[in-house]
Design a protein around this ligand. Structure first.
Ligand code: HEM
Ligand SMILES: N[C@@H](CC(=O)c1ccccc1NC=O)C(=O)O
Length: 478
């Protein structure tokens, strides 16, 4: 007996909002019991600037989570506490190692309930941290979105989170769509699977378009020097001054713990794309063929991706596991290599996902790698305007140690992810077909993907032509 195809609604996942909270995130905790938390979070930037955040937190009463009632309240409490936590740790000139019980006691309760680690995850800074500007317009369009909280109060920081929120919203319809495809594949309904894959390719293409809008309002300097330090975790943070991680003091049993920082690798949507398409991130590669860490502590891509699931809200993690257990599209396509429309639709999805990852690699190069290089130049380090607090992202002297907030080795990791996306068994076949033009009129509305003579991957997408160029942004010099 085949396992049942999961119903997204059972996991709090909806077709309009996907993994974003279906009810709008709460802007304020309604119970006055939490008024002091709301006062702090409402003044987070002035408290950081005046260096008064820590003493405010240290003088709080130790509140419990017992006054939280609805799911939205639990989520709001998580957002409030993790923003205060990261402001507390990273808001000074050097990181503060000890987290007081005023934060740890309620945070542990909230995290246990939401099945999240006590650190600012993608759920805390993106999924549950947005509101519509105009309440009568959809809360999913980038032009109608605002953030509830930021560390810096900057437009750049808002935009950084909101691009991801918009991507989640744009990707949401792919979830019921692919549930339909999985169900159709079970009954051998090739036509429906093909249609769903064609639409999925369009959706992934649209997410690439949104990703590209990051450049509009998030300045790489501001991101790297002002925003990113607050997103850091406590794992492998020796260079930043946290050799043991953070000391979570609950007043009884203080213990050092290490967690990865916020990362879009914690987005369930992008993992969902990989899972339904059967993109396997092999446990081989950097990890010498097993699930172990590399010599310098960097995890294999496969184990990193799985670890990132433990940074997703419990129901979302379980949804991905369920989808994993029923994913059948790739073998379905592989068993029908003679069906050109089906194979091309499938390959178009992979190509779009690969383009998304290519765009992302360029972005990482511009927002992290190039910025870390200019931060190393003497003229900059002598510049008093460079934030003294930028410990989490301070350019390491050994460039091998440049890491993502999630703890990966950046480019090798991301390139591997990209490479594992684009090589389906049917790829060469589909390329040949594409270079001869569409073989099937059903395919006419789909994207064209082809390698250009100079090695560029050119994709005539539904929203324009993408050219994926590895050399852009200095990646090739890495
Ligand atoms: C300035 C913007 C961004 C920067 C600098 C950036 C940086 C990074 C880095 C360094 C990683 C490696 C994992 C880690 O160690 O954290 C990563 C992973 C990832 N990022 Fe981003 N990111 C940005 C925006 C985005 C956005 C908007 C998306 C939404 C699609 C995204 C999607 C991903 C995904 C899916 C991964 C996991 C790797 C993969 O599946 O290919 N990133 N990002
Ligand atoms: N991994 C990224 C950070 C990152 O992508 C991120 C972190 C917290 C919340 C959202 C994120 N991604 C995109 O909006 C970095 O290393 O800077």
């Amino acid at each position: 007996m085949l396992p049942p195809v999961p119903n997204p609604a059972d996991f709090g996942v909806t077709s309009n909002y996907g993994f974003l909270s279906p009810a709008l995130p709460l802007e304020v905790l309604p119970d006055p019991y939490y008024a002091e938390w709301e006062m702090i979070i409402g003044n987070l930037q002035p408290l950081i600037l005046s260096k008064r955040l820590q003493s405010m937190v240290d003088h709080l009463p130790i509140l419990s989570a017992t006054h939280l009632q609805t799911e939205a309240e639990w989520r709001r409490a998580y957002v409030v506490l993790v923003f205060i936590l990261h402001g507390y740790v990273w808001g000074g000139e050097s990181p503060t190692e000890r987290i007081p019980p005023q934060l740890t006691v309620p945070l542990f309760e909230v995290c246990e309930r939401l099945e999240l680690p006590p650190v600012a995850t993608y759920a805390g800074v993106c999924l549950w941290n947005y509101k519509p500007i105009f309440s009568d317009e959809p809360a999913t369009n980038l032009d109608n979105l605002a953030c509830l909280q930021t560390f810096t109060g900057s437009l750049d920081e808002q935009w950084f989170y909101l691009v991801s929120v918009a991507i989640e919203a744009r990707g949401a319809p792919s979830i019921p769509l692919m549930i339909r495809a999985i169900t159709a594949a079970r009954t051998g309904n090739t036509h429906t699977v093909t249609e769903c894959l064609q639409r999925l390719a369009e959706i992934i293409d649209e997410t690439s378009t949104l990703l590209q809008r990051m450049y509009e309002n998030c300045d790489p300097y501001v991101f790297y020097n002002r925003i990113r330090p607050y997103l850091a975790g406590s794992k492998n943070m020796c260079d930043a001054g946290l050799p043991n991680g953070l000391l979570y003091d609950d007043g009884h049993n203080p213990e050092y713990r290490q967690y990865g920082g916020g990362s879009n690798a914690q987005s369930s949507l992008i993992q969902f794309f990989d899972i339904v398409l059967g993109v396997e991130h092999r446990p081989t590669g950097t990890s010498r063929g097993n699930e172990q860490n590399t010599e310098d502590g960097i995890k294999s891509r496969n184990s990193f991706i799985h670890e990132m699931r433990t940074y997703m809200p419990g129901p979302h993690r379980r949804f991905l596991e369920q989808i994993d257990s029923v994913a059948n599209i790739r073998p379905f396509v592989e068993a029908r290599r003679g069906n050109s429309a089906l194979c091309i639709a499938y390959d178009a999805c992979l190509a779009m996902l690969r383009v998304l990852r290519d765009k992302h690699i360029t972005m990482v190069s511009r927002y992290i790698i190039l910025q870390s290089r200019s931060a190393r130049q003497p003229s900059h380090s002598a510049n008093p305007s460079l934030p003294a607090r930028n410990l989490a992202t301070a350019a390491p002297t050994d460039k091998k140690k440049l890491r993502g907030t999630g703890g990966t080795a950046l480019i090798p990791f991301l390139k591997q992810a990209r490479d594992e996306t684009g090589e389906p068994a049917i790829d060469a076949w589909a390329r040949r077909l594409l270079s001869n033009g569409p073989a099937d009129k059903n395919f006419a509305s789909l994207s064209k993907v082809g390698e250009q003579p100079d090695g560029h991957l050119e994709v005539v997408g539904l929203c324009g032509t993408w050219t994926a160029d590895e050399n852009e942004g200095g990646i090739c010099h890495w």
